[in-house]
Design a protein around this ligand. Structure first.
Ligand code: ASP
Length: 570
């Protein structure tokens, strides 16, 4: 028998009983006449006392050795109220060594000295750390909550294939060579998109799946090439129904997992998001939305500004003190030679400003009055070509929020972004590309642009952004064969290609496609966000590094010649 109890459950109620415990040695303290050992298992930590005699037989013991002990539960003199077993200890009568351990490459403590790389190489040791184990438990609880909630609300969990055909979904797919079909390839599913739509055509009313997706994308620290989606689809719904239900879903999750009650989710259109925040993923924990000044600079005849395509600015209220924010001051200096200018209205009512070669006190006053600025405010402006000016100020807005610590990770501000463009022109390939994916429905009122002016068509799509992070994204789908066909053509597919790639799908359109729509949330991102948005990898048991490499198993790796031959690759 390896254990009568686990290392996290013994307490005062157990005083006097004989127990057997198994666990890894967390800590050894040698007090000369006595030895104290903390042993750890999945459930917790228990302190052991080893007598001098027993100690002599076990001098070889070290950290992370796995032992089985027999002993009696006794009251502890110096109690540790931080752990559940802190009022007792085990007076050990017998020790069995189950397995020795090398000394570990990093400390098995919450605050470890191991860097990310070494922790990934020895992930099994990393998972022994309480904090990592807890992260996996949180993820488990979240997944269980999601499954139960969706199932209780009539969603059926259905698995869809991973090995599919290559379809244009936005990213690059991983390909898998077929041994049985020479020179033919599967692609790993980027998402279950087509299959979940086919389930709706199959009469399933609501579907979900917690599913691995694969995208051959470039490295980024918040992105994994294989990641998990909470993928959902519903029949007979419009945008309103999807947003309403999934707002309820997200609120439920936050309440259950973090006991946080979220306010109603506001929604804005994509074009407003760009105009107000310079990004389609705005962080609205802080306001600072853009104001446009083209009219003002024209009427006031401000020379170097009135000829600009766009002049925009933000106001940072009452949170600025020029005398004690060194970081802000050095940041402002870095914006000197670019298309920016700023005005600092100090608490002693002096106005400081940049770009003295263009600006003067009169011009500055125009802006201060326009903003109704008061002492303590910082005004920051960007000017130039429209798109670039907005994007740049969007980044500055985040930078300033960061310098002022406005991005509190305990506050959550969800936002729906709606009506993304259906298609965008890609110069590189000289083709249109779907902004969401090719199955997204255009907005009813924009369909008439579809033939002649596809760039102006908005789609029935929506993204859920929380604290500036895209947590979910979805759309109402096309359920009309002609429109679907036209979209494929806009994407540059010939009729022959449409037939060979999507023939099966278009055929299904002949059999009564219900109106349908859905969404997919990123599970890894969601759990990371719920827990403070530090590092997505901490919530994935075996993550890849930022270059898509598994540091522990060394995947991807070369294949032997014979294997390549078998796969018809040589
Ligand atoms: N399949 C889409 C994605 O992976 C989500 C959706 O439209 O439901 O982004």
């Amino acid at each position: 028998m390896y254990r009568t109890h686990n290392c996290g459950e013994l307490g005062l109620k157990d005083i006097g009983i004989e127990v057997i415990l198994s666990g890894w040695i967390q800590k050894i303290r040698n007090l000369g006449s006595l030895l104290f050992i903390d042993i750890r298992d999945y459930f917790g930590i228990t302190q052991l006392i080893i007598s001098k005699k027993l100690m002599k037989e076990n001098t070889f013991l070290g950290k992370e050795f796995l032992i089985k002990i027999k002993g009696k539960v006794v009251k502890r003199l110096s109690k540790n109220y931080n752990i559940p077993t802190g009022e007792i200890e085990i007076l050990v009568s017998h020790i069995d060594l189950l397995n020795p351990s090398l000394s570990t490459p990093f400390t098995i403590e919450n605050e470890t000295d191991g860097n990310e790389e070494i922790r990934m190489i020895y992930r099994y040791l990393d998972i022994r750390r309480n904090i990592m184990k807890k992260n996996l438990m949180i993820r488990h609880n979240l997944t269980m909550e999601i499954r139960n909630f969706l199932s209780d609300n009539g969603f059926l969990e259905i698995e869809t294939p991973m090995l599919i055909n290559y379809t244009p979904e936005g990213a690059r797919s991983f390909v898998v060579p077929s041994r049985i079909h020479p020179n033919q390839f599967y692609a790993l599913a980027q998402s279950p998109q087509l299959f979940k739509q086919l389930l709706m055509i199959g009469g399933i009313d609501k579907y979900f799946q917690i599913v691995k997706c694969f995208r051959d994308e470039d490295s980024r620290s918040d992105r994994q090439i294989e990641f998990t989606q909470i993928d959902c689809e519903m029949s007979f719904v419009e945008v309103y129904d999807v947003l309403k239900f999934f707002e309820y879903f997200i609120k439920h999750i936050f309440k259950k997992i973090r006991n946080i009650k979220l306010d109603s989710f506001p929604s804005i259109s994509y074009s407003d998001a760009i105009k107000m925040y310079g990004t389609d993923t705005p962080d609205i924990r802080f306001d600072m939305s853009f104001l446009e000044f083209n009219n003002l600079v024209k009427t006031k005849n401000i020379n170097f500004l009135k000829t600009q395509e766009l002049v925009i600015g933000i106001q940072i209220k009452k949170c600025y003190n020029i005398h004690d924010n060194d970081k802000m001051n050095s940041f402002l200096k870095t914006t000197k030679n670019k298309n920016f200018f700023w005005i600092k209205y100090s608490y002693n009512k002096t106005l400081f400003f940049s770009k003295k070669n263009f600006l003067n006190k009169e011009i500055i006053k125009i802006f201060v009055q326009h903003f109704k600025a008061s002492p303590g405010d910082l005004l920051f402006f960007s000017y130039g070509e429209k798109k670039e000016t907005r994007e740049k100020l969007g980044k500055i807005r985040l930078k300033i929020a960061d310098l002022l610590n406005l991005n509190n990770s305990k506050i959550f501000k969800p936002l729906w972004i709606k009506d993304l463009p259906l298609l965008e022109w890609e110069d590189k390939s000289n083709k249109y590309k779907s902004v969401h994916h090719p199955f997204t429905s255009p907005k009813e009122e924009d369909i008439h642009f579809l033939k002649k002016n596809p760039k102006n068509v908005r789609s029935q799509s929506y993204d859920l952004i929380i604290n500036g992070i895209e947590i979910g994204s979805g759309s109402i789908r096309i359920h009309n064969k002609n429109i679907q066909n036209l979209i494929f053509k806009h994407l540059g597919l010939s009729q022959k290609e449409i037939e060979s790639k999507f023939g099966f799908f278009l055929k299904a359109f002949e059999y009564g496609v219900p109106p349908h729509g859905g969404i997919a949330f990123g599970l890894d991102r969601l759990v990371n966000l719920l827990e403070g948005n530090k590092n997505i990898k901490n919530f994935i048991a075996f993550p890849k590094n930022n270059y898509g490499k598994d540091m522990m198993t060394n995947a991807p790796y070369f294949l032997e010649k014979e294997k390549l031959k078998e796969l018809h690759l040589r």
